[in-house]
Design a protein around this ligand. Structure first.
Ligand code: NOJ
Ligand code: MG
Length: 566
């Protein structure tokens, strides 16, 4: 018997279900959790989170049922974009600790059975990276390491102008003149984040080397940053074409001013995903261990993301991140939620792929602000009840909200509000730091929303979240590759129902009332179910029975999980 088969059988025994699928790899049903390292746990009192802090808190991730955590960048960086501007891809930034701290974190993670995924930022480096300095000075081999151009001469004024009208994601021209090299360089993001030139094979080599370096240190995969921006279209004569106007934004300095046909989602990107997956596959063949995963960050249409999966002959990224549910608002009805799920699921079914559902991240308002505090649990229920991998941003499991922040010397970013310190306990600095101050303010709500307090409250967001993770491991939840084990529908305008079953002896009905009215549902099924999990707005208790052939009442914003066992 092969080791894989044996493991599969063991897994089936553990979950205790007769029909539990054995064909599920670890990432396919994973509860993923994003840590923003500056804000998770500070171990040395400087007010900024660090690796030792993360290591201390890994047992918490285990407690709440997390499979793997992905860390936003921890590499050497001037921190102009808090680590998304890397000056040494193979060094830990001292604000986060040392390489020894990293190794210690890996040891602890392995001991706990947690997987670690790192942020991989291939599109750009910091302008303080050695590679950029070498490129500025046209050092041998580094001349074309970044995207350089002389610019155009304006026929009327005789002045030099940028090579094209391209606008950066953060606003302003994508081209900045470099005095030393006397050329423009391209940056899709900040001026301090020059884009690497991926049509240069040496750049691709360097990036594979970065992947190899961290794989050797034991990581289980990578979240790839800014995938759609990696390539830009260049004409055969080396010039760059202007992008057409989008027509819906009139500010020439705004990213939305243009339709990004030459700077986003270029066809070469897909090949690159396959190249990186090949590298990971080869690594696994040579070194063994679990499947290494790739999560791709791409705000692109589902058809584009579908291409990342593979093309029939070659494999690509397993988890192109699905941000659809992040576009829901406080007004979204159950029918609209179904629309968002459909948009993604239809492609998953036709391509036989595993879905993933992202709750939020460090670039987006928290759920409490996007949808309302009373909907945090609802979204947590939905993403964990759906088949595939769920991706939770730290703090969403306790219902953290955005904090109103002011510019300081340390940070002045419009995304600061969703990056505030994790709330651990009703003590000074919410238990995040013992120092006199923290890099961003701790939420004024921390005494109500924190891990320690919520551990002791039966229907807190944290307890609901933990209950959901247990469910995710039950046999009915593991048979998601079969279409007949899973369905979802809006049974009224405001009530979403998700059904999970092993088609044998176990069936779950997950019911979510997105609306602010009481919902009355008659004759939903001809079986008697048990309340397994309830949220704060429910009038019921776990263990109560309900005959679904009769009447079911759902309170405003109530979510419940019901189970039928043969
Ligand atoms: C996406 C990251 O999530 C964001 O925080 C960053 O600013 C950009 N990529 C640039 O790296
Ligand atoms: Mg690029």
């Amino acid at each position: 018997m092969s080791a894989r088969l044996l493991l599969g059988l063991l897994a089936a025994l553990v979950v205790g279900g007769a029909a539990a699928s054995t064909d599920i790899d670890w990432w396919e049903n994973a509860a993923l959790y994003q840590i923003y390292p500056r804000s998770f746990q500070d171990s040395d009192g400087d007010g900024v989170g660090d690796l030792k802090g993360i290591t201390q808190r890994l047992s918490y991730l285990k407690e709440i049922g997390i499979t793997a955590t992905w860390l936003s960048p921890i590499f050497k960086s001037p921190m102009s974009d808090f680590g998304y501007d890397i000056s040494d891809f193979k060094e830990i930034d001292e604000i986060f600790g040392t390489m020894a701290d990293f190794d210690a974190m890996m040891v602890e993670a392995k001991a706990l059975g947690l997987k670690i995924i790192l942020d991989f930022v291939p599109n750009h480096s910091s302008d303080e990276c050695e590679w950029f300095q070498k490129s500025v000075n046209r050092e041998d081999g580094y001349d074309d390491f970044y995207v350089w151009h002389d610019g155009k001469l304006n026929a009327e004024t005789g002045e030099r102008e940028p090579p094209s009208n391209w606008v950066s994601v953060f606003g302003g021209s994508q081209w900045t003149w470099h005095e030393t090299r006397q050329q423009y360089f391209l940056h899709q993001f900040q001026v301090k984040q020059p884009d690497l030139n991926f049509s240069n094979p040496m750049v691709r080599e360097h990036m594979l080397d970065v992947l190899g370096f961290w794989l050797d240190r034991g990581v289980d995969g990578f979240r790839i940053d800014a995938v759609p921006h990696i390539y830009e279209h260049r004409n055969a004569d080396g010039s760059y074409r202007d992008e057409p106007l989008s027509g819906w934004n009139s500010d020439p300095n705004s990213y939305d001013y243009l339709d990004h046909i030459y700077t986003k989602d270029q066809p070469e990107t897909v090949e690159l995903m396959y190249e990186w997956r090949d590298y990971l596959l080869k690594y696994q063949q040579e070194h063994g261990g679990p499947t290494r995963v790739l999560l791709a960050e791409a705000y692109s249409p589902v058809e584009t993301l579908a291409a990342y999966f593979g093309n029939g002959t070659r494999l690509g990224t397993q988890l192109p991140m699905n941000f659809q549910l992040m576009y829901l608002s406080g007004y979204s009805t159950a029918r609209e939620v179904v629309g968002s799920i459909d948009y993604w699921m239809e492609t998953m079914w036709t391509q036989h792929q595993t879905a993933n559902w992202v709750v939020g991240n460090h670039d987006t308002q928290r759920v409490a602000n996007r949808m309302g505090a009373h909907k945090v649990d609802l979204l947590n229920v939905i993403v964990n009840a759906l088949p595939g991998a769920s991706v939770t941003y730290y703090g969403e499991e306790i219902g953290m909200s955005n904090v109103e922040t002011e510019c300081t010397e340390i940070s002045c970013d419009d995304r600061d509000g969703e990056r505030t310190p994790m709330q651990w306990a009703p003590v000074s600095n919410a238990g995040f730091s013992t120092g006199p101050s923290t890099w961003l303010p701790v939420s004024p709500d921390f005494e109500r929303y924190n891990v320690q307090t919520e551990r002791g409250v039966a229907r807190s967001s944290l307890q609901v979240f933990k209950g959901l993770q247990q469910l995710k491991q039950s046999s009915a939840f593991l048979s998601f590759k079969k279409k007949n084990g899973f369905s979802y529908e809006a049974i009224t305008e405001q009530v979403l129902q998700i059904v999970r079953t092993n088609n044998l002896n176990e069936e779950y009905r997950i019911l979510v009332n997105m609306g602010n009215g009481i919902e009355i549902i008659d004759g939903l099924a001809d079986k008697v179910f048990e309340y397994i999990l309830v949220t704060a707005y429910s009038l019921h208790r776990p263990g109560e029975m309900i005959d679904l052939s009769r009447r079911l009442l759902l309170m405003p914003y109530e979510a419940i999980v019901l189970r039928w066992l043969a």
